[in-house]
Design a protein around this ligand. Sequence first.
Ligand code: MG
Length: 277
Amino acid sequence: MPDRAKDRRTERFDAADEAAAEVARRLDGRHALVLTDFDGTLAELVPMPGDAKVSEHVRGALDSLAALPHLTLGVVSGRLRQDVVRRVGPAAEYAAGLHGLEISGPSVRFRHQALNEVEPIIARIAADAARRLAWCPGCFLENKHCALTCHVRLTPSELAEQALEEFEAIAEPYLEARVLRLLTGSKAMELLPAVDWHKGRAVDWIRARVAARLDRPVSVLYLGDDRTDEDAFTGLRDDDFAIGVGDRPHTHMIDARLEGPPAVGQFFSSLETLRRD
Ligand SMILES: [Mg+2]
């Protein structure tokens, strides 16, 4: 059972290497399972999801971390699993997509059955939304087949709310029937299968596989910048470590905060150096 203290104190480390030193101290020889979100954590947030890139610095740090024998690396994202794999490369031994609804790792695969069930529904809503939101400048749909995101980051702010309201109205029957659920972001809304499965469940699933494979306990180090990452933070245990990235809330659930992807890269570089000692 999750035993994370509700009022865990957040330490804001000014330097990424201080945070890394604290993590190294806390892990103290245990196997580290480093699980990280992608957008806003490994890669800078960009208006078009297709443009998101991992910088050379972050990629180098990820590759060095992945080479450590006492550490396993994975990415947990709202993107499709294969999109995560393509953008991060082989450094990520585990890749979870669609907020954990699909996961792959060494000789293991998970795909929530609800994904197949909602595919025809998402296709209908996507077609409907494309027609009904055609009036809105800058609004675009990201169709992940088992999930659908309506982005309004490029829409004039006075129209954005109206567009999102219309998107929600199209999905309303499926939301009421609890077939789909709605995730609201700052400039986007996403429809997903309404199942009790999220990034926190994905973390548990991956932790269990890694612990079984190594036959030893595993401490999780989780990094994320978004509301969906709070599901992962909430499920962490006392010997895990939570890092919030950027300025989003979740203050009571994290141990440390880093400013953005460049600081995450710096943190990974410091962690790699420390763990070699
Ligand atoms: Mg994110």
